[in-house]
Design a protein around this ligand. Structure first.
Ligand SMILES: C[S@@+](CC[C@H](N)C(=O)[O-])C[C@H]1O[C@@H](n2cnc3c(N)ncnc32)[C@H](O)[C@@H]1O
Length: 365
């Protein structure tokens, strides 16, 4: 990875960001908050079985549910009322699974209230909701809560025991295990995470995905850095404004965490809000986790079709239009498999051809 620059502005804030977010969405679970809503068009056919309350308490800003397929295991970060989870439950079907994560008891209660009713309507029960922070997906906050009830903290020694217990839980009973998820989605939540935790958040997305898995994230981005005045307003933080990502930095955060095939799927032309001349809008991005490195003695070749004269992948490999090139098995798979974002631009060439190949610098053998 080339660039590891700090991509999230870190103004010291005069308030507790997490507390402000928690309180705002605890209230949002009880009473609908129109100021938190961005108009989102979901596929109507998946809304038919959802209770009115879930349809109305929608705090998303895009529709990542469109990019999920049958049979997949999906993790929804900041699942709120469960609207995205229940749409995906229908899309992934009986063989798929959906896990919603939220750190807010009121939202979890609301989402869980409809679990059996919706399961009965669709004919299977493939959805569950768990309590955790999306920047620390190994720590099961329900288990932490149980431990704290039995072990209140009143001294540094007890605080150290608490930290030790959290480490034990992360290792022995992780909330979300490494390499277990096909698709991580999130709808308008990543911006709410504290600036100092954002890098760890992207590392967590990468950790939990299976090799070759993908993220589809809808979030709020801005065309200039939010001013200190905006950053220091707790209402604007919990309102998905102050923590918005710089538009170009958002893609770099995925790149720095090791993702490839990073692509903007949807960019709202009209800003959701303009504050102090800064435009805040919704963006939906997809990115892939690398496949496992595999080695084989077989030679693999590809040709980049164009239309650009040359393109470069996230490993720095340049592909020249029309040129046959030998690539590693891992790169071959990454470029040619049917769900690859590169596949429409690539011709897979049979290895029996006699043309002398140019050796790829990413060949692993
Ligand atoms: C803007 S709402 C989006 C809810 C849902 N994705 C939707 O589309 O309606 C943000 C949700 O993320 C949760 N949340 C915010 N920060 C979180 C964090 N660090 N860890 C876990 N959940 C978080 C909030 O409790 C809230 O339910």
């Amino acid at each position: 990875m080339e660039s590891t620059q700090n991509l999230t502005p870190s103004f010291p804030t005069t308030y507790d960001i997490e507390q402000a977010v928690l309180e705002r969405y605890q209230a949002g679970a009880k009473v609908s908050q129109p100021s938190l809503c961005c108009a989102v068009e979901y596929d109507e056919k998946y809304l038919e079985i959802l209770p009115k309350e879930i349809i109305e308490k929608d705090y998303g800003c895009g529709d990542p549910t469109r990019y999920v397929n049958s049979g997949e295991i999906v993790l929804d970060l900041g699942s709120g009322t469960g609207k995205n989870c229940y749409i995906i439950a229908q899309k992934v079907g009986e063989k798929g699974q959906v896990i919603g994560v939220d750190f807010n008891d009121e939202m979890l209660k609301l989402a869980r209230r409809y679990q059996s009713e919706i399961g009965a309507k669709i004919g299977y029960y493939n959805t569950r909701f768990v309590k955790g922070k999306i920047q620390d997906l190994s720590l099961d906050l329900e288990q932490v809560q149980n431990w704290l009830e039995k072990n209140p903290i009143n001294s540094i020694e007890q605080f150290s025991q608490f930290e030790q217990e959290c480490d034990r839980l992360r290792q022995q009973t992780p909330l979300i295990r490494d390499n277990t998820i096909d698709v991580v989605i999130s709808n308008c939540v990543l911006n709410l995470v504290r600036p100092q935790d954002k890098e760890q958040l992207f590392d967590e997305l990468y950790r939990v995905l299976k090799p070759g898995g993908r993220v589809v994230i809808s979030d709020i981005v801005c065309d200039q850095d939010p001013t200190p005045k905006i950053m220091n307003d707790p209402e604007l933080w919990s309102g998905c404004i102050a923590g918005a990502f710089g538009e170009d930095n958002f893609l770099k955060m995925f790149e720095n965490a090791g993702f490839y095939g990073i692509e903007i799927l949807q960019r709202e032309e009209r800003p959701w809000q303009v504050i102090d001349g800064i435009e805040f809008r919704s963006l939906t991005v997809r990115a892939y986790k690398s496949l496992k490195k595999t080695c084989s003695k077989d030679q693999h070749f590809i040709i980049y079709k164009g239309p650009w004269k040359q393109v470069q992948d996230d490993q720095g490999q340049i592909f020249y239009r029309g040129e046959k090139i030998a690539v590693s098995q891992q790169t071959y798979q990454m470029l040619t498999q049917s769900d690859s974002p590169y596949q429409p631009a690539i011709i897979a060439v049979s290895s029996s051809s006699e043309v002398q190949p140019i050796q790829s610098k990413t060949s692993c053998c």
